[in-house]
Design a protein around this ligand. Structure first.
Ligand code: SF4
Ligand code: SF4
Length: 260
């Protein structure tokens, strides 16, 4: 605390910086945010960044280099509460979908060849909880403004909100949408953490899973349902893997040997 204000740090690891940008995009609320807390570090917004103790650290991005592992561990040591924000920090993001180390090495070589990295050594991308304890997760690619403001307000008041335990389908049903799966459209709503307000199915667009997997999702059932509807195995696996980062590795491996 500083003058009764919580010390907050906002950090970006590997990602598109969309979550930090989303925070800056809260134009109407931004002055109130900066007045309510003491922002110690926020590279996208300030050149005056400090490395002291923090009440809350918000971390965006996956861990993709040895340097980021060290940076993240340092943040954890300094912060009372660590919150993962965005898909990359919570599940690893699209860059974490190469779950087999050999596949990752192959892809890495295809892109970078034999170039020697001198600044830091790349490692296979992982979500931040692969290295540190995380106190709260706010998924989304990127996070939503409404959800961020809800989290921020509650965190400042000392009560983190409930996590997002339901799949997108629940809100989709509350919104009285016709189910896209019934129309033969491959929607990932049953597998995806809710929080976006089922925004895609509300507009007749299938959910492609950008909030990451919901806990306890019935993957097998969705897999066979899509297969039954005539989608080929590779396209189902790719669709499921896109935004699941490292979280569905074991599940997807089960189907490795199935033919199309
Ligand atoms: S449209 Fe998608 S999100 Fe909505 S109920 Fe059907 S499967 Fe679930
Ligand atoms: S409906 Fe699915 S793809 Fe669309 S924003 Fe929500 S989680 Fe992302």
């Amino acid at each position: 605390m500083n003058n009764g204000k919580l010390k907050i740090g906002i950090y970006e690891l590997t990602g598109c910086a969309g979550d930090a940008l989303l925070i800056l995009d809260c134009e109407k609320e931004l002055l109130d945010i900066f007045k309510a807390v003491d922002i110690q570090s926020f590279l996208m917004a300030s050149s005056d960044n400090r490395d002291g103790k923090l009440d809350i650290a918000l971390v965006e991005g996956s861990v993709s280099t040895e340097r980021e592992i060290e940076e993240l561990k340092d943040i954890r040591e300094r912060a009372e509460i660590v919150i993962a924000i965005g898909l990359c920090a919570t599940v690893g993001g699209i860059q974490a979908r190469f779950t087999d180390p050999n596949e990752w090495k192959k892809k890495y070589k295809e892109v970078y060849g034999d170039i020697e990295m001198t600044h830091t050594k790349p490692v296979q991308s992982k979500p931040i909880d692969a290295y540190i304890k995380v106190d709260y997760y706010l998924p989304g690619c990127p996070i939503g403004k409404e959800q961020f403001l809800d989290l921020f307000t509650r965190a400042v008041k000392g009560t983190l909100p409930e996590r997002y335990p339901r799949p997108v389908c629940v809100t989709c049903k509350y919104n009285e949408n016709d189910c896209l799966l019934n129309k033969g459209i491959p929607c990932l709503g049953p597998l995806t953490a809710d929080g976006c307000g089922s925004i895609c199915p509300n507009h007749n667009v299938p959910c492609f899973g950008c909030w990451g997997p919901v806990e306890g999702a019935n993957l097998t059932s969705e897999y066979y349902l899509l297969k039954e509807k005539g989608f080929d195995i590779e396209s189902i696996k790719k669709r499921m893997a896109n935004y699941s980062g490292t979280k569905l590795i074991d599940f997807l491996k089960q189907f490795k040997k199935e033919s199309k």
